[in-house]
Design a protein around this ligand. Structure first.
Ligand code: MYR
Length: 282
């Protein structure tokens, strides 16, 4: 029987206690302030990050995990496992997928499969948790990959609204905005993933209207009555996130809603104040 290790990158923001309980390994992306880089979640917590950006003169940048971190982990896991499944954030917004795939090709004694979640954050975590449950049930890496692909085909959605679009624009992670970027930067567009990339899905003028529109999009899904997994995600807006999650939970008994966060690396690109809702109907 094949023993499968489950690996993710830190942008799935799965808390350490859950990672440990589910045997999930995490490889960290890095956030860079000046010439000091920190492995997010391991060397810089999300709380410390939001404090640091307020105190720092220059805005941080980010980078994918070093190639050697994947290689070292794969080699270590090859002593105890036959196969591994790595689940990364979207390959169109970070080189993490490509780096993991290159390291997978270099390693011997373990068969490493790399899965592109085509999204990030808690939506990525849904794949990781599912894969960890399957590995626990002794499914093979191939069976897990097939299941993850089916989940991706079913549709994983996330809509979010940023307080200041300049962060995403500066980091070059906003697709399709070039033609109307001047006017867009003054708006509160609703952002979403399409074909692995972040696009302004709808142009909206005010924060209030934007959040109401996100709720409306979610209502269209939750209102079907089908069992739905949902998350409210925020960049240092815990009270607003809680209020939104409570509202969803009171309204829909078919929805299992969690509150989650944008950590340092994704927080660098979306900026403090970002809030959104993501969902998946298994
Ligand atoms: C890197 O330096 O490789 C990391 C780049 C990360 C780009 C993040 C762009 C924003 C993603 C928003 C995710 C929202 C999910 C609900």
């Amino acid at each position: 029987m094949s023993k499968v290790a489950i690996i993710t990158d830190t942008t799935s923001y799965i808390p350490k206690d859950i990672r440990e309980a589910e045997n999930i390994h995490a490889v960290a992306l890095e956030v860079v302030f000046g010439n000091v880089s920190y492995k997010e979640e391991l060397e810089l917590s999300t709380g410390e990050f939001y404090k640091k950006i307020r105190e720092s003169e220059n805005l941080p940048t980010t980078s994918q995990p070093p190639f050697g971190d994947f290689l070292e982990l794969f080699e270590k896991l090859s002593e105890t496992h036959d196969e591994a499944v790595v689940i990364t954030l979207s390959s169109a917004i970070s080189g993490t997928y490509q780096t993991a795939a290159s390291a997978a090709n270099m390693v011997e004694n373990i068969d490493v499969h790399v899965f592109d979640s085509e999204i990030s954050c808690h939506a990525q975590a849904y794949y990781v948790i599912e894969a960890a449950e399957m590995a626990k049930a002794n499914d093979s890496a191939e069976t897990i990959m097939t299941h993850l692909e089916a989940m991706r085909d079913t549709g994983m959605s996330a809509y979010f609204m940023v307080d200041d679009l300049n962060h995403l624009h500066r980091g070059g992670r906003l697709t399709g905005a070039q033609l109307f970027v001047g006017s867009l930067l003054r708006m509160k567009p609703i952002l979403a993933f399409r074909d692995k990339r972040i696009i302004p899905a709808e142009k909206i003028r005010t924060k209030k209207k934007a959040i109401n529109r996100i709720k409306e999009l979610f209502d269209g899904i939750a209102g079907t009555g089908k069992p739905t997994k949902a998350f409210v995600i925020h960049a240092n807006r815990p009270d607003d996130a809680k209020a939104l999650a409570d509202e969803i939970q009171v309204k829909y008994s078919n929805v299992d809603v969690e509150i989650t966060y944008f950590g340092a690396v994704i927080g660098t690109h979306v900026g403090e104040g970002t809030i959104g809702i993501g969902w998946y109907q298994p």
